[in-house]
Structures are given as C-alpha cells and as structure tokens.
Design a protein around this ligand. Structure first.
Ligand code: GLN
Length: 192
C-alpha cells in the first residue's frame, strides 16, 4: 500500500509502531513538524506520557494541524497516552488535549498494583481470535458519546473505541508481534 503513515515522534514508543507497519509493507515515518504532519494520509499518536506529548504538540504548533487532519477525514489512532490526547474529557485533569473524540477517559485507571499487565481481548472487527494486549499504566474509557463505538472491553472496562476516522486503544498493539490492530487501522481507509 502506498500510503504515508505518520507516527508522531515527540515522545514515547513511536519506533515500535513504525516497525509494526513495516511488517505490513507500509511505509510509516516519524513526524514532528506541522508540515510533515499535514502530508500524512494517516497519523498515529503513540503511548508515552500524555502531558509531555501534549506540551510538545503545542510547542511544535501541531494542535491545529492535527485537528485539520481529522476534519479532512484522515484516520488517526491514539494508543494509551494517544488515547488520552484524543479524548474530549479527562477525569480530574485540565491538561491540554486534542479533544477530538467524544469520550471521557481516566488516566492510570487500573490502579497501582496492576500498573502493567497483559490480557486477551476480543476486538470487534478483528478476526482470528483474541488479541494479546499489553497495558502499561493505561487509561480506560468511562463514558462514550453516541457517535463513538466500543470495540473492546477488558472485564467491564472500555479499552478500545472508534469514532468515524478516529481510533483509540488503551493498550499497546505495537509491543507485540500481532499486527492485526495495525491492519484494522489500515482498513479504516476503505471505510472512509
Ligand atoms: N500513564 C500515561 C499517561 O497518563 C500513559 C501510559 C502509556 O502511554 N503507556 O500519559
């Protein structure tokens, strides 16, 4: 596929996303500057630390650029910290966010004792059995608006949501060898 997939490379695990797309024969590139982000056919906002990524987004003047991309219908996927940045509401926090998705998230929501864990998730639209999901100080979604569709839950917690061209996962598919969620994201082009 000849798409230009940008992975926001301000902070966090962008290199792992680039590797996963390479396995799907897609050229994913690290992007940082507004001009680079503007050229993307799809954008991934990786895991990391959401307040840091948010501050850097503002410093690099990416806030409006990413909002414009979304308005053009460009697929955008946020993993973990990326999910937090896509959310309209973050419980108990006024940190900067893009606010593109009609969801409320809670940061570090799984509690201290299970800061990091793995689980098998059944994801709507991903065939071939459950996906092994890695959660690292992950958020979960506490509320979804009527336009947002829940794709996966861990126990009763919402951990993956789609809203049109926007996708958010609380876990890190880029940290496993299973590339089916990356594939799902690429398939969002067909349903644009
Ligand atoms: N806990 C981080 C935050 O709130 C997210 C963790 C992650 O991206 N793995 O920003």
């Amino acid at each position: 596929m000849n798409l230009r997939i940008g992975v926001l490379a301000l902070q966090g695990d962008f290199a792992e996303h680039i590797r996963a797309f390479a396995e799907l024969d897609c050229q994913a590139v690290p992007v940082k500057r507004a001009a680079e982000v503007r050229e993307c056919d799809a954008l991934v906002i990786p895991g990391g630390e959401s307040t840091t990524i948010g501050k850097l987004c503002q410093r690099f003047g990416l806030d409006e650029t990413i909002v414009e991309l979304s308005e053009r219908g460009t697929p955008i996927w946020g993993t973990c910290a990326g999910m937090i940045l896509l959310a309209k509401e973050i419980e108990g926090s006024d940190q900067w966010r893009l606010g593109l998705m009609d969801i409320t998230v809670q940061r570090n929501a799984f509690g201290r004792q299970v800061d990091s864990f793995e689980a098998d998730l059944t994801i709507e639209g991903v065939t071939g059995g459950p996906v092994r999901a890695v959660f690292i100080r992950a958020p979960f979604v506490t509320e979804v608006g009527s336009d947002a569709q829940v794709l996966a839950r861990f126990e009763d917690k919402i951990v993956m949501v789609r809203q049109g061209n926007l996708l958010a996962s609380a876990f890190h598919p880029e940290l496993t060898d299973d590339i089916r969620v990356h594939e799902y994201f690429l398939n969002m082009f067909d349903s644009k």
